[in-house]
Design a protein around this ligand. Structure first.
Ligand SMILES: Cc1ncc(C[n+]2csc(CCOP(=O)(O)OP(=O)(O)O)c2C)c(N)n1
Ligand SMILES: [Mg+2]
Length: 891
């Protein structure tokens, strides 16, 4: 008997077949759970015997759901196809017309062209509107697919042709449509801004988690509602897109569905020309614990896969890289036969009964409503896991030779006559050759089958989407004066920081009968930094599962308490996630008609500059709430150095139009500001949000002087008037935040040189500057009328002497108001990278300590000849000011 290679092959084949037969027997008799268990046991056994097994998070490059697992499509395929074609037409016409009317105005055709089926199946069967008896869903639409949403809203009768005509021309007469989803610009339409890639996905994850929080806290039942996030495959390269996906699985967010439009292309070219974005994403999401549903192939492929007994077709499908798929998806049947099936004779055989034309018509999964329907159905029924649907589509689907699947298709804004005609024919739009080239918007009669069907579907699903409502009842805030009263009294000489004062306020707010339960404290692993650990015990940290362990500090009063109804969102070291929670909580008044009040406290340096784009999105989304930049100030945060000491967040804050920013120095200022913020946002329902910097320098908190509330809110008031008798000269010192105590010391120093200095507290350069700019503008537009004056100018009018401003922020902040200060003026600030050192050393380095403030006043007074130059130079020596010192701005 020989034992040659052929025999080995035969034996291997027989052995394989025996194993497969056994498995088949278990599949038939034991069911899927038993099969899975058996395979796990086999794997464990092999590993224990030291067999190295490859780790693969991937499944073959075929649909996740088998044809048997498909639920029959419940709608009318034919009517839905016609509706979809009409949406496609109007979306395309809108962009093309806009660019004809106004060359270069932009817009996107190819993204929606690739995702029309993904959206239409959602609209007709899944997305729940706000009037659904079980509540509505929230859909994050892919930003540059907006033409499709507008086109649908037009067919639904929610937008007029004039709106579509003015796509991207919002300033046109009668208004227009914003390029992308912007609730700020279209506050009754768009709910979430999505076009900054990556922000939609991360916001969606935290949104879904916040819904759980609302339910756990007894504020709203959200059990039946879903958060849908539509994103591009290119968009998944943004770290924000994938950076928080493990939170979704850890929290078992089965109320969250991602739909990734895998058209394999981004703006410049293929997302993964030399690889497979679908397989890559499958691995990432499965590895992170998500339910992954791949929708790659359309129904036409089912028969081929069923007849492919050896798995060769599935193998071939997995061999091809995306760059080649991009070509295959738009090539003709002959090319497919040769290049796709032709690799293996068996596969050629498999498709020999199909003509080239039939091969060309083998659809992809994302363009097949039945496949998409089945995927969404499975996604909505997922238990205990979030779901991602990876749907394969063709970018620019239906746009003809120059658009479909081509690399420049993302930027395509125009179609030539032949392309328009063929689009019309392909999608069966009832327009004649003559009409069609004029690209009219087209809407069938209201009582047509399509319009009736469309409306009925939306009625049954609870109304139109997107649709933004603001029905949250206003809060009365009747107890708010009591909450804050104690902070107006001062601390009786006791030294404390503004952070401590704020935390005490937060503690009191949490106890308020009306709004205490609505307060949402958010921290990114910094609660101890801010002295907030007492709140752990008091209100608990939210955890979907409660506390499954006995905390190590359980014997202590202030232990780390996690609870199902915990109120604090402890986000871990994750400013982007925390900001997404802030947005979810800050917009719940619109999403859920609940006025939750977020207080997000973080290291101020990791706010505006780190997650500035999310803060911008919060502004766009009309979020309300309080951002608290803790450990703020370039010189006030002892020792931390260049990466932690913030001297510019207020500058960036000033660029967000509805962000009201304060740099308060005293507890009573914070009390007045937060009280006003609560009133404006939750009683008067204004779409603004607040930013306050908080410091950890300790000093006594004075009682509030009479009549300063208006000044605190406007940004400037006189805190102290000099009592110096017969002064030689006078100065007005403006101090803010942590530097105000230095300025008070400077005022005392100046008296020694015969200068009487009044001290002003500047709570907000941002607000002062906005007022100045508004006044400037009015005066410009009304040259013939009595000029208006700003709060700064009115406040400082007649105040004698020179003005010196000092803050722990860059000089540009006070410089933003200097044209409204009539007196000689100079600004001190903390421009430059800084150093790790003590507060004292840093304030010397940046020239913002009491000595430098006093010296600056004397310098300006000398230059203005209000004091003798000798007095100033002597003072420089006295105070130890080195005029040749290194410039901190460039050091
Ligand atoms: C943060 C950010 N960077 C860049 C862009 C510009 N941009 C808009 S769409 C796009 C390509 C999108 O590709 P993909 O996510 O695959 O979406 P598709 O259009 O293919 O569906 C780019 C780069 C943006 N909007 N946001
Ligand atoms: Mg793409």
């Amino acid at each position: 008997m020989t034992n040659g290679p052929q025999d080995v092959q035969d034996v291997t084949a027989i052995e394989t077949q025996e194993w497969l037969d056994s498995l088949e027997w278990v599949i038939q008799n034991g069911g899927p759970a038993r099969v899975a268990q058996l395979l796990r046991d086999l794997e464990t056994h092999a590993r224990r015997k030291g067999v190295p097994l490859d780790f693969t998070p991937n499944t073959p490059y075929i649909n996740t759901l088998t044809p048997e697992q498909f639920t029959p499509f419940p709608g009318s395929r034919e009517i839905e196809r016609r509706i979809k074609s009409l949406v496609r037409w109007n979306a395309m016409a809108m962009v093309v017309r806009a660019n004809k009317n106004s060359d270069g105005i932009g817009g996107h055709i190819s993204t929606y062209a690739s995702s029309a089926t993904l959206y239409e199946v959602g609209f007709n069967h899944f997305f729940r509107g706000p009037d659904h008896p079980e509540g509505g869903d929230l859909v994050f639409f892919q930003g540059h697919a907006s033409p499709g949403m507008y086109a649908r809203a037009f067919l639904e009768g929610r937008l007029e042709p004039a709106h579509l005509e003015n796509f991207r021309r919002e300033l046109a007469e009668g208004g227009g449509l914003s390029s992308y989803p912007h609730p700020w610009l279209m506050p009754t339409f768009w709910q979430v801004p999505t076009v900054s890639m990556g922000l939609g996905p991360i916001m969606a994850i935290y949104q879904a988690r916040f819904w759980r929080y609302l339910e756990a806290r007894g504020l709203k039942t959200t059990t039946h509602n879903k958060v849908w996030a539509f994103l591009g495959d290119g968009e998944t390269d943004e770290p924000e897109t994938l950076g928080a996906i493990t939170l979704a699985s850890r929290e078992k967010l089965d109320n969250l569905i991602f739909v990734i439009n895998c058209n394999l292309q981004r703006l410049d070219g293929p997302v993964r020309g030399n690889g497979s974005i679908i397989q890559e994403l499958e691995g990432v999401f499965r590895g992170a614990g998500w339910n992954v549903i791949k929708v790659i192939w359309g129904t036409e492929w089912d028969d081929l896969l069923a007849r492919d007994k050896t798995g060769l077709l599935a193998r071939r499908m997995g061999e091809i890289v995306d760059g080649e798929y991009q070509r295959l998806s738009v090539s003709d049947g002959a090319y497919m036969r040769q290049h796709f099936f032709g690799k293996y004779p068996e596969l050629l055989d498999l498709v020999k009964h199909l003509s080239d034309d039939q091969l060309k018509k083998l659809r992809l999964g994302g363009h097949d409503p039945e496949k998409v329907y089945a995927a969404y159905k499975a996604a909505t029924e997922s238990k205990g896991q979030p779901t991602v649907v990876l749907a394969r589509t063709i970018k620019g689907y239906g746009l003809g030779e120059t658009g479909e699947g081509r690399n420049p298709t993302h930027q395509q804004k125009k179609l030539n006559e032949a392309e328009v005609l063929s689009f019309r024919t392909r999608f069966n739009i009832p327009l004649s050759d003559d009409d069609v080239v004029k690209m009219p918007f087209y809407k069938p009669a209201d009582d047509s089958v399509e319009m009736t069907y469309m409306k009925q579907r939306r009625e049954q699903l609870g109304g139109y989407l997107p649709q933004r409502r603001t029905e949250a009842p206003a809060l009365t805030l009747s107890g708010v004066d009591d909450v804050f009263a104690e902070f107006l009294q001062g601390s009786d000489g006791r030294e404390l920081s503004t952070t401590m004062a704020f935390v005490r306020m937060l503690t009191k707010m949490l106890r308020d009968k009306e709004f205490g339960k609505l307060v949402v404290p958010i921290v990114p692993d910094e609660a101890r930094t801010f002295g907030m650990e007492a709140l752990f015990r008091q209100v608990g940290i939210y955890s979907a599962v409660g506390q499954l362990y006995e905390p190590i500090d359980s014997d202590q009063l202030l232990y780390y308490k996690e609870a199902k109804d915990g109120q604090i969102l402890e986000e871990g070291i994750n400013e982007a996630g925390s900001m997404s929670s802030f947005i979810a909580a800050g917009t719940a008044y619109a999403t859920h008609a609940i006025n939750t009040i977020p207080f997000y406290i973080y290291y101020s340096m990791f706010g505006f500059q780190r997650v500035g784009d999310l803060i911008w999105a919060a502004g766009d989304m009309r979020a309300r709430g309080f951002l608290l930049g803790g450990t703020a100030g370039r010189t006030t945060l002892n020792g931390e150095g260049l990466q932690h000491q913030d001297g510019h967040s207020h500058l960036i804050a000033s660029s967000v139009p509805n962000c009201i920013a304060y740099d308060p120095a005293f507890a009573y200022e914070i009390a007045v500001i937060i009280k006003e913020g609560l009133r404006r946002m939750y009683r008067d329902q204004e779409s603004v949000f607040y930013y306050l910097t908080l410091m950890n320098g300790n000093y006594p908190m004075p009682p509030m002087p009479e009549g300063v509330e208006e000044g605190i809110l406007k940004g400037l008031y006189r805190f102290q008037t000099s009592a110096l008798k017969k002064p030689k000269a006078r100065a007005q010192l403006l101090g803010s935040g942590a530097i105000l105590p230095e300025v008070l010391k400077a005022a005392a120093l100046l008296e020694k040189y015969g200068v009487a200095a009044d001290v002003w507290s500047v709570t907000s350069y941002v607000e002062l500057q906005r007022d100045c700019l508004a006044v400037d503008r009015w005066n410009l537009l009304h040259p013939g009328e009595t000029p208006r004056t700003s709060w700064v100018a009115r406040s400082l009018e007649g105040a004698p002497g020179v003005v010196v401003a000092a803050s722990d922020y860059v000089k540009l902040l006070p410089r933003g108001i200097d044209h409204h200060i009539a007196q000689p003026f100079t600004a001190l600030g903390t421009d430059g990278f800084g150093r790790s050192d003590s507060r004292e050393a840093l304030r010397d380095h940046f020239e913002v300590d009491a000595r430098h403030v006093a010296a600056a006043a004397l310098s300006v007074l000398a230059r203005e000849k209000q004091i003798d130059l000798k007095v100033a130079t002597a003072a420089f020596t006295d105070l130890g000011i080195d005029p040749e010192k290194v410039n901190p701005a460039t050091a």
